[in-house]
Each structure stands twice: as structure tokens, then as C-alpha cells.
Design a protein around this ligand. Structure first.
Ligand code: HEM
Length: 397
């Protein structure tokens, strides 16, 4: 195996070092220098070119998720939680579970959420304007999904801060056992207890998305325990991702006021603008697949049971795919970006995430003339997500 891996060009880039995480873009060329590269430090392969990332995402039988989508091989190492029935499961079980969660997130179900989201967005934006200079992470980027999305799922009000901690655990532990991994797991017991309880039928509101998952347990398609685990997918994947997408969008518009002017003139542009944010600052920067059999990528032989890192961030800025990849331009065609992944595991929550962001940024477009950065945003050092920890802003009405 070692010999075959040896044929891929080596790189000493460490995608899980603080230096990389704080500025991933300066390292992407190293990941894209060949269709497949070998990351020396972890002895894993990586793909960073758009073409290969797409190829890997499309071939879910060869590049499986069931061994985990982090560095650790869940089939060989004991996972810290029961693996996700979606993200970390392959067909046929994945297919069945995906149909259940997709039903709960149907267009009809989302239509009924729009009005409630709009009222919350308007209220929040008005409050944030009144704050003057404020930290937009807790007060806006985190607050909106914590209110809109968590209410939609139907989780209890009390203890919702555990949602952020849980997302942090899930995504940081996809990296190596470094400081970020250990930090995220510091309060694990308390957080897991809260999350497990929040996913129970008795705890969820009767009319939320979470309760809808339990109808599949009622008709015998899945067990009660499986329903709880599918609800857990809402909670692990639905907050931190959206929070960071909102935070990145705020920074993009603060840095590019001319693009914000375009949105204000034509608020429907918000939808296209969000896709550009996902391309430009992909919230989910990396995840892994594992080969189920020997395979070739661009002629390079890859053995079975090999972890492969997919650099979503690098693919979304690959100059072979995108013109002026490092320019934020909300009028570009972003079709095909992999910010939500692609293929059978492509983000199942993408329509609700889009709805949240559309509604929030339309409220901002209505009330806010300019988004001003009042200091340098403090980046979160995070194994997987492109996060922001502190974002001093002022919204000018
Ligand atoms: C802007 C916000 C979001 C981004 C950038 C994002 C990104 C992603 C990506 C890249 C994947 C694919 C992972 C893979 O292929 O291994 C994914 C999967 C997933 N996402 Fe999202 N996501 C977002 C919001 C949400 C929300 C709001 C939910 C809640 C419903 C959600 C639930 C999921 C689930 C359950 C999966 C696993 C799907 C499967 O394996 O079939 N995501 N997301």
C-alpha cells in the first residue's frame, strides 16, 4: 500500500494546522498540484481539484462514507458517538433514512416556515441595528439559526447553547486528535446528555420537523432509536454550518460594499449571492471518503481502505473551473459549486439553509444601507469549518 501511495506527489501542507486554517487559500495550490496528492503528516491522500472532488463525490460505491467522513476510520477505530444514519452511512440504509429526512424537509413543509422565519429575521435585524457596534457572531449569525431553525425542529429553549457545542464536537472531531479536537470534547458528557434528550419524541414539540421523523417510527419503517438518531442529524449539521455561512456572508458584504449595493437594489439577488458565499468561503472546508476497493483516480492507483481528504475549499476556488476564483462576485454563475457537497450525500438541509439565509439577508437589505466592520474578524481555528469567532460590526440603517 505504501508503495502505491508513494506515486502521488507529496506535500507537507497540514490542513489541520492553525497556519493553514487561518489562511487556507495560500495552500490550495499545493493540494491542486496534481489530481491526487499525499499529505505526509497524516499519510492520507487528498484531492483538491474540482474535477476529482466531483468524481469522488459522484462514485459513492467506491468512495464510501460508512467508514466516517473524518480522518478516523470508523470501521477500525471506536467512534465517540453512534455514527450518523445519514452522513456516515452507505446505501441501502442511507437511501431509506435519506427519504425520511427529505420528506420532513419537503418544499411544502419549508413554505410553511417562511413567514415565521421572516418575522424572526425582521425582529433580529432591527435589534442588531439598535445595538450600534456589536459582535455579530452571538447576536446575529448564531442567534438566527438558534431561533429560526431550532424552533422549526422543535427543540427545547433551555440549554440551546449546547447545539453550538455539539456541532463543534461533530465537526472538529473529523480532524486529527489535535488541540481543537480535544477542546471540542472537553464538556462532551453534558452536551451529549442534553442532545440525546432533545432528540426524544417526548421532548420535541408536536408540530416540528423533529416530530415528523417519528412518524416513520410509527409506521414501522425505522425504530424509535433510529428516529432519534435522524433527529440528531438536524441538530449536528444544522446550526454551526449556517452560522458560519451567515458570518462569512456578512464579512463578504462588509468587504465588498458595491456587491451589497447590488443586493439592496435587487433583493432577489440574495439567493445568487449566497451561492457565491458558499463557493468563495465554503463553510465546510474538508471532509473524507474511504475507498471500498482498489481504484484509479486520473490514472493513479489507489488501494482499498484508503482515506481520501476532499478539499471543498480548494475545489470551489480551482482556477481550472472558475474564472477569477479569488474574486467575490455575486453575479457569476456558481452552478456546480460543491459548498453543499454533491451526489447522494449532498446536503439534505440545503433548501432550509437557503431559506434561512435568503430571509435574513432580505431583512438586512430592507433595513441596512451599509455593513461596517469595526475591527478585524477573529477567525475560529477549527478542523473542518471555516469559522469566525468574533465579528465586530455596525449596521447602518
Ligand atoms: C450553509 C449551511 C450548510 C452547509 C454549508 C452544509 C454543508 C453540507 C455538506 C458539504 C454536506 C455533505 C457532506 C458529505 O458529503 O460528506 C452536508 C450534508 C448534510 N447536511 Fe448540510 N450544510 C448546511 C446546512 C445544513 C442544515 C441547515 C441541515 C439541517 C437540516 C443540514 C443537514 C445535513 C445532513 C443531515 C447531511 C448529511 C446528508 C447525507 O449524508 O445524506 N445541513 N451539508
Amino acid at each position: 500500500m505504501q508503495e502505491q501511495l508513494g506515486t502521488a506527489p507529496h506535500t507537507d501542507v497540514d490542513p489541520f494546522s492553525a497556519e493553514y486554517i487561518l489562511n487556507p487559500y495560500s495552500h490550495h495550490d499545493a493540494l491542486r498540484q496534481a489530481p491526487v496528492v499525499r499529505i505526509e503528516k497524516y499519510d492520507v491522500l487528498a484531492v483538491g481539484r474540482f474535477e476529482q472532488v466531483q468524481q469522488v463525490l459522484a462514485d459513492y460505491n467506491t468512495f464510501i462514507s460508512g467508514a466516517g467522513v473524518g480522518l478516523s476510520n470508523l470501521k477500525a477505530e471506536k467512534p465517540w458517538r453512534t455514527p450518523s444514519l445519514l452522513l456516515e452511512t452507505d446505501p441501502p440504509n442511507h437511501t431509506k433514512n435519506r427519504a425520511i429526512i427529505s420528506r420532513a424537509l419537503s418544499p411544502a413543509s419549508l413554505r410553511s416556515l417562511r413567514e415565521r422565519f421572516e418575522a424572526k429575521a425582521d425582529d433580529l435585524v432591527t435589534k442588531c441595528i439598535a445595538l450600534g457596534e456589536f459582535d455579530a457572531i452571538p447576536n446575529l449569525a448564531e442567534m438566527f439559526p438558534m431561533r429560526a431553525f431550532a424552533d422549526a425542529v422543535g427543540v427545547p429553549q433551555e440549554g440551546r447553547h449546547h447545539l453550538v457545542a455539539y456541532g463543534n464536537m461533530v465537526f472538529n472531531t473529523m480532524g486529527p486528535r489535535n488541540e481543537m479536537f480535544e477542546d471540542a470534547m472537553r464538556n462532551a458528557e453534558e452536551v451529549i446528555t442534553w442532545i440525546t434528550n432533545a432528540c426524544r419524541r417526548e421532548t420535541l414539540t408536536k408540530d416540528g420537523l423533529g416530530a415528523q421523523i417519528y412518524t416513520a417510527a410509527d409506521d414501522g419503517t425505522i425504530t424509535e432509536a433510529e428516529a432519534g438518531l435522524i433527529v440528531r442529524s438536524f441538530l449536528s449539521a444544522g446550526i454551526d454550518t449556517t452560522t458560519n455561512a451567515i458570518a462569512s456572508a456578512l464579512v463578504c458584504f462588509a468587504d465588498h460594499p458595491e456587491q451589497w449595493d447590488k443586493v439592496r437594489e435587487k433583493p432577489d439577488l440574495v439567493r445568487a449571492a449566497f451561492e457565491e458565499v458558499l463557493r468563495f468561503e465554503s463553510p465546510f472546508q474538508t471532509f473524507f471518503r474511504t475507498t471500498s476497493r482498489p481504484v484509479e483516480i486520473a490514472g493513479m492507483p489507489i488501494p482499498a481502505n484508503q482515506k481520501i481528504l476532499l478539499s471543498i475549499g480548494a475545489a470551489n476556488r480551482d482556477p481550472a473551473r472558475w474564472e477569477r476564483p479569488d474574486e467575490f462576485d455575486i453575479t457569476r454563475r456558481t452552478t456546480g459549486h460543491v459548498g453543499f457537497g454533491a451526489g447522494i450525500h449532498g446536503c439534505v438541509g440545503q433548501m432550509i439553509a437557503r431559506l434561512e439565509v435568503e430571509v435574513l439577508f432580505k431583512a438586512l437589505a430592507k433595513h441596512v444601507r451599509a455593513i461596517e466592520l469595526c475591527g478585524v474578524p477573529k477567525r475560529q481555528v477549527h478542523n473542518t469549518l471555516r469559522g469566525i469567532e468574533k465579528l465586530p460590526l455596525r449596521l447602518h440603517s
